[in-house]
Design a protein around this ligand. Structure first.
Ligand SMILES: [Zn+2]
Length: 126
């Protein structure tokens, strides 16, 4: 894992799998100034039906919960520590979330993510 700085928030990035770990509160910091942020954060739902493999929290090493983000299909499933240590995003999921949140297409974080993690999930949809 390497640590990257995004908008003054430290994020941990696994260079092997492309995943991203955010400590508790960091997603809120990243989304902080964005208009649709609350709507997105309020859309988090615990998923009880997913068969996706559960991950272990990198901090407490307990199995994490699957959380559904947003309502559009296919759903985005992220992993959340049961104790609240933080959130895990598989490769591309954080960018997907920003895409789905219908945030300002020119927003800084989108651009930074695209710069850091490649263009594959960025917007070419105009
Ligand atoms: Zn944990």
């Amino acid at each position: 894992m390497i640590t990257l700085e995004l908008q003054e928030v430290e994020i941990d990035h696994c260079t092997d799998c492309g995943g991203i770990w955010l400590d508790a509160g960091e997603l809120e910091l990243l989304l902080g100034e964005l208009e649709n942020a609350n709507q997105l954060l309020n859309s988090f739902k615990i998923d009880h039906t997913s068969t996706e493999k559960t991950r272990k929290c990198p901090i407490c090493l307990k199995k994490m919960r699957k959380i559904i983000v947003g309502s559009s299909k296919p759903v985005i499933l992220i992993d959340k520590c049961r104790k609240g240590d933080g959130l895990w995003f598989d490769k591309g999921e954080l960018q997907d979330i920003f895409d789905r949140a219908e945030l300002d297409k020119d927003n800084k974080i989108q651009k930074l993510l695209a710069d850091m993690f490649g263009q594959e999930h960025s917007n070419n949809k105009q």
